[in-house]
Design a binder for this molecule. Structure first.
Ligand SMILES: *Cc1c(COP(=O)(O)O)cnc(C)c1O
Length: 387
């Protein structure tokens, strides 16, 4: 017991002695062959990248190394690196925006850093000082500022990633890691602005389970989800909607949290999303929508609920006219209206405003968030990059 305790202490000690992530050590090497920038209408999500990337190596022995901004390019890794064999990988997704004054803004980057550290701790990859990485991402944004579109609806998608790079096939805690950030200019998820999607409810496969890792943004959570999505696509649906358990609780979409709006006979409305019970990815967009809804919707008219609803509740409320809206929420699409949910042999219809691709609350929350992201409305959620 004593020995164990001491051993734990000395590991803690070694970690605290190892170098912290330090943005002041940043080294910048600029590209000598800048890429041509694509016109906005040719941007495809995650297909083209900026001229530079941020990389930081970590070793158990000496901690975080020198942060570097350098030309975007290939890595050279040993084929036995643990990331290739045991999925020591996690990622984040956030966006940078240019406001009307030309200033660069990030939307709630502290939330992404917090979640990234949580994912890292879960798979024994190194944690880091959140504010230091935010500063470093700010430096990458300055170097690649020419790639940040300045049109409303367009932004620069940032992909911070952390991988274990220890060479060797032993299954153990990585003693080497690489943190990198790449950036892709993106447009609206749908060219015509909002376009309501059709989802297929999946109950024959499970995305996440109690005690699992579904609440972490680990690469390992995503590959197994593609097959059910392809099957949904083969039946004409854009995405699948994950159900869980014998009750068939509605959980979330592949990369979006799920929201429904109910309205009862008395006219009282309820905004519902699944609770954070460890099986739901803790979306920054989800959190933002809940906070804004609680602040801005009239409590005499609205209840904001983090609770499960079953697919049967949604189905019966659709039939009775009590289901009035549904949408998905995530960084990539921001808010994505839903018009139909296929479940087994039935179709659950979700109403839209006449002649529109969205319902009223869906449009309202999308506008609230965009106004903050583009700096139209000042908010502490929108972080301006300092020069
Ligand atoms: C990333 C992600 C979301 C959305 O999270 P945001 O922080 O809002 O972008 C929702 N569900 C899953 C499974 C995700 O991977």
């Amino acid at each position: 017991m004593f020995l164990l305790k001491n051993r734990f202490r000395s590991t803690e000690f070694a970690r605290s002695m190892s170098t912290a992530l330090d943005s002041s050590k940043l080294k910048i090497t600029k590209t000598t062959s800048p890429k041509a920038k694509l016109p906005n209408e040719q941007l495809v999500f995650g297909k083209s990248f900026t001229d530079h990337m941020l990389t930081i190596e970590w070793t158990a022995e000496s901690g975080w190394g020198t942060p570097e901004i350098k030309p975007y390019g290939n890595f050279s890794l040993d084929p036995s690196s643990c990331v290739f064999h045991y999925a020591f990988e996690l990622f984040e997704g956030l966006k940078a925006y240019k406001d009307k004054k030309g200033e660069i803004r990030m939307f709630r980057p502290d939330k992404n850093m917090e979640r990234m550290n949580k994912s890292a701790a879960r798979i024994c990859l190194p944690t880091f000082e959140s504010e230091e990485l935010i500063k470093l991402i700010g430096e990458l944004l300055k170097v690649d500022q020419g790639f940040i579109p300045d049109t409303r609806g367009y932004s620069l998608y940032l992909r911070p990633t952390l991988i274990g790079t220890t060479a060797g096939l032993g299954v153990s805690s990585p003693d080497r890691a690489l943190l990198f950030v790449i950036a892709s200019p993106v447009g609206p998820y749908y060219k015509t602005g909002f376009k309501a999607v059709k989802l297929e409810a999946t109950d024959y496969a499970t995305r996440a389970w109690p005690g699992g890792v579904g609440d972490n943004k680990l690469g390992a959570n995503y590959a197994p989800c593609i097959k059910p999505q392809l099957e949904a696509a083969s039946r004409g649906y854009q995405q699948n909607l994950w159900l869980f358990g014998p009750e068939k609780n509605v959980t979330e979409v592949g990369t979006m949290n799920f929201f429904a709006v109910f309205k009862d006979a008395s006219g009282k409305k309820e905004l519902v999303t699944a609770p954070l019970d460890g099986t739901i990815l803790e979306g920054v967009t989800r959190d933002s929508i809940l906070q804004l809804a609680r602040e801005r919707l009239d409590p005499a008219e609205w209840t904001i609920s983090e609770r499960y609803c079953t697919i049967n509740e949604i189905s019966s409320k659709s039939k009775s006219g009590e289901l009035v809206e549904a949408f998905g929420a995530g960084t990539a699409a921001v808010v994505s209206p839903i018009k139909e949910i296929g479940y087994r042999d039935s179709t659950i219809d979700v109403p839209l405003l006449p002649g529109e691709q969205f319902g009223p609350l869906t449009k309202q929350v999308a506008d609230w968030i965009a106004e903050i992201q583009y700096g139209v409305v000042e908010s502490e959620w929108s972080r301006v990059v300092n020069w």
